[in-house]
Write a protein that binds this ligand. Structure first.
Ligand SMILES: [Zn+2]
Length: 881
């Protein structure tokens, strides 16, 4: 009895849960209205207990269902774990094909490499490839974790391809193609979204746009563990999610690639052709194909009565998107965008209902249609794919891009490694060579453009990539009317500029003695004996090696100035490792560190300097492992906080404690040497008395580092003795606002000027969308260690800082003059004029401590290699200066 009562209660509860989480039955939109399915293939209802789109499937259940499908159809499916996320969740790739092909899966996969470099292929070889190879369609889902319908659409796509019977379209797809389904590109972000969504659940699905279930708390579910946007990480490849993905793309060489997203809930559906500007360096054939596929999608959507738009909003200019990077292997890259319900049901602004299932069905429909279009055009797509790679080789001609080793060979090598990860062929210079009047040192790198992905080499390495004159003219028109621009992302990404590695374009082969890179194994470093010890020039390699130096128990000092010893010049920051203060087996231990980080170690038998700073001088300081706090959570901007954490932890092996802004008041600040404030406006979060404690901590020796918007805030909070500027050069201060807001701009006596009358009284400078600016460094300052005095920085937004006056501090980095300011990207003349010779990196001593302020975010997307070093300089040197 008692037991029976409990049992019936449980049944009632289960029904309530189901009612609450499912839209009304009559609103269920069918996946594929006329398709019959094989009952031997398990439905999602059978495995997970609900229909497609009735629940938001959590990461572990995505695997459970795909596993069940793979087990039910082992002759047509391979389920492969291609990577692990930072939070140790598996990333899956499901390959689906017909029995004949999947029976010889390994041979099929290996044979794809024949498509990779077809330059030696004869016409007969190409005919054979086109006859034998399947077309490969890659369907990649939900790279943004809170764009939820993609993942559930992926489950429906896999089911449909395996279970549909007597369906001519599915038969065509299985006969002509292999479909690669990456169901969930960002499992950590999805898990974060589902947690906040579940905690916000009301009794029934809440349609209110502001309902807690869809109003994500900081940092939201879009990004991965390090709060990076993975749809900007295709070429930087900072994350295992992107590394694994690019690897399988390079192995499988898909002809068609789709990246399925969600946009705001008030939209409908977007598929390409994309908005201007296009991916750089694409071919006419690729652009034509986008129209072919777009029209096929449109026909299907028209048939089902689904609304859509094309050629608006979503461009493909930045090469790190899923909609752009695939073009460079010869594929077609596409973004699909579905209106996002961010829950099961959403009320649009016009009152109409959007359900999660609406998203699942539309994504499913567009994805299957795309696979069908690819299958229908198999031969032509394969032929064009081969032609893309052959024509890239021809187009490259004899041109070679030479990356000079320069003052920090470890940085040039990091760039070479990144190019290799992108599928590019790179050669290392083995012996010094001449290029005209220039010396090419051993350890430089050569990238021949005559290679199948040569267009990617140009796109990543060229100084400028044009957005097209027509597009730029339209943006110029719009900005003058204060209309929002149509620039979707950054306008510059040139890697030699950001790595500060000099690139020389050689129109003919350099003839330098080279070997393939990377070499099979790195030579061990056998340090010679030295009477005094060793010097290591400061740079990204040495900064990243500091954690290992500490682990090996080594004592390292840093030079507070430049010097010349035994005829060689060393810059400020140079690491000094002396025998007398290190263990007896120093050679062995330092050799291990040098090998791991590619360090150049210079033995010295005397400390006698020919010029400059003495090695025993007072400004030679003992380096110690700094204790670092990174302020976390709102009001810090999540991207900036995540970039900083990644840069410190993963790039430089520097441990950090992330403390939420709201808990900082409870921290014992004297336990820490460095506090980093990511971009954000901390006005209310860091009010008095916490602010005065931070000031006191700084005075007693702390190093406070502010990034981007946090530097603007620091200037208003009297931590930094400067201010940002308004468009007309006046300081952007609340007091200034009050003083000028009431001031009449014109008296009645003046001649009426319409243009003056409509000009706002108080405007911030015009925002830049992401450009690379040249910065001049003060080489006498320790913050500039490891640079050659000229660096390039990513600039975005509207921050223009007045330089510090001489009595207050040092402007360690100052933007170059107007004529030379822009290294890459689109900067309007007014901004160019205003930004020139303004402060980029400021150092203001405060008591025993320092305030170090970056005008911009030095860790932008984790690919601004040189400015990341500047942050590390502040972290490592601030506490000992
Ligand atoms: Zn997205």
């Amino acid at each position: 009895m008692r037991q029976g009562r409990w049992a019936s209660l449980i049944v009632v509860c289960a029904l309530l849960v189901t009612r609450a989480s499912m839209p009304a039955q009559d609103s269920l939109l069918p996946l594929a209205p006329e398709t019959k399915y094989d009952p031997a293939i398990p439905t999602i209802a059978k495995v997970l207990g609900y229909e497609h789109g009735a629940r938001i499937t959590p990461p572990e259940d995505v695997h459970r269902y795909l596993r069940a499908l793979a087990d039910a159809a082992p002759d047509r499916v391979r389920l492969v774990e291609y990577a692990r996320s930072w939070q140790n969740r598996p990333l899956w790739l499901m390959a689906i094909g017909n029995r004949e092909r999947m029976a010889r899966f390994d041979a099929l996969k290996a044979s794809r490499s024949e498509l990779a470099d077809p330059r030696q292929a004869s016409a007969a070889d190409i005919d054979r490839l086109v006859r034998d190879q399947p077309v490969v369609t890659a369907l990649l889902h939900s790279v943004h974790g809170n764009e939820i319908s993609g993942v559930d659409a992926a489950l429906a796509e896999a089911y449909h391809l395996l279970a549909a019977t007597g369906d001519a379209e599915v038969d065509l797809i299985m006969r002509e193609s292999i479909v690669l389904i990456d169901p969930m590109q960002n499992p950590d972000g999805r898990a974060r979204f589902i947690a906040s969504n579940t905690h916000g659940h009301a009794m029934r699905a809440d349609r209110d746009p502001l309902a807690a279930e869809r109003d994500e708390p900081w940092p939201g579910g879009r990004t991965n563990h390090y709060l990076f946007d993975l749809n900007r990480d295709w070429f930087p490849q900072n994350h295992p999610e992107s590394q694994g993905k690019v690897k399988f793309m390079l192995e499988w060489l898909p002809q068609v690639t789709v990246d399925l997203h969600e946009m705001g809930g008030d939209g409908q559906y977007y598929f390409p052709p994309a908005a201007a500007p296009n991916t750089p360096n694409t071919t006419a054939a690729q652009r034509t194909w986008l129209t072919t596929f777009g029209k096929a999608n449109a026909a299907r959507f028209d048939k089902r009565g689904f609304q859509y738009f094309i050629r608006e909003v979503y461009d493909s200019f930045y090469p790190g998107y899923g909609a752009s990077w695939p073009f460079f292997i010869g594929s077609l890259g596409k973004t699909f965008e579905m209106a996002g319900a961010r829950g099961l049901e959403y009320r649009r602004a016009d009152g109409t209902l959007l359900t999660f299932r609406d998203g699942v069905v539309r994504h499913f429909t567009a994805a299957i249609q795309t696979a069908a279009t690819a299958a229908r055009n198999r031969e032509k797509l394969l032929r064009d794919f081969i032609d893309y790679r052959r024509s890239a080789v021809t187009e490259g001609g004899a041109t070679e891009y030479v990356l000079l080793a320069g003052n920090d060979p470890a940085r040039a090598e990091r760039l070479a490694q990144l190019l290799v990860k992108n599928g590019l062929l790179v050669r290392r210079v083995d012996a010094p060579a001449k290029l005209g009047t220039r010396d090419v040192a051993a350890g430089s790198f050569i990238v021949p453009l005559a290679q199948p992905m040569g267009r990617l080499a140009r796109t990543l390495l060229d100084a400028h990539t044009s957005m097209g004159e027509e597009f730029i003219a339209e943006q110029d028109r719009r900005r003058k009317l204060r209309l929002p621009d149509q620039i979707y992302d950054i306008t510059a990404w040139s890697l030699p500029a950001l790595y500060d590695v000099e690139l020389i374009v050689s129109e003919k082969p350099t003839g330098a003695k080279t070997s393939p890179y990377p070499a099979a194994n790195r030579a061990p470093v056998n340090l010679p004996a030295a009477q005094v010890g060793y010097l290591i020039p400061w740079g990204t390699g040495m900064a990243a090696a500091m954690a290992d130096v500490v682990r090996e128990g080594l004592t390292v000092r840093t030079a507070g100035g430049g010097f010349t010893i035994a005829g060689r010049q060393f810059g400020i920051g140079t690491a000094i490792v002396r025998n007398e203060e290190n263990p007896a087996n120093l050679r062995e231990r330092l050799g291990r560190v040098a090998a791991a980080h590619g360090l150049e170690v210079v033995p010295i038998d005397t400390a006698w300097v020919d010029a400059g700073l003495s090695l025993g001088s007072g400004t030679v300081r003992l380096l110690k492992a700094p204790r670092v706090v990174l302020v976390w959570d709102a009001p810090a901007q999540s991207l900036s906080a995540g970039w900083a954490r990644f840069s410190l932890e993963r790039r430089f092996n520097q441990p950090v404690t992330a403390i939420r802004a709201g808990s900082l008041a409870r921290a014992n600040l004297s336990d820490y040497d460095v506090i980093i404030l990511p971009a954000g406006s901390y006005g209310t979060a860091l009010g008095e008395p916490l602010l005065s404690r931070v000031r006191e901590w700084t005075r007693s020796g702390g190093t406070l580092i502010t990034l981007g918007e946090a530097s603007r805030w620091a200037a208003t909070a009297n931590l930094l003795s400067t201010s940002t500027e308004l468009r007309d050069g006046r300081p952007d201060r609340p007091a200034a606002q009050a003083a000028t807001a009431d001031a009449p701009r014109q008296s009645g006596a003046e001649k009426y000027d319409y243009d003056a009358a409509i000009t706002p009284a108080r405007e911030r400078p015009e925002a830049t969308s992401g450009v690379i600016a040249r910065v001049k460094m003060n080489l006498e300052h320790w913050l500039s260690s490891g640079t050659d005095g000229d660096v390039q920085a990513m600039v975005e937004g509207d921050r223009v800082f007045k330089p510090l006056t001489l009595d207050r501090g040092t402007n360690v980095g100052v933007y170059a003059d107007e004529a030379t300011l822009v290294a890459s990207g689109l900067v309007w003349p007014e901004v160019r004029r205003q930004l020139a010779r303004k402060a980029f990196l400021m150092h203001e001593p405060l008591g025993q401590g320092h305030v170090v302020a970056f005008a911009e975010d030095p860790n932008f997307r984790g690919f601004t290699e040189l400015t990341q070093l500047l942050l590390m300089n502040a972290v490592l040197f601030g506490p000992v200066r």
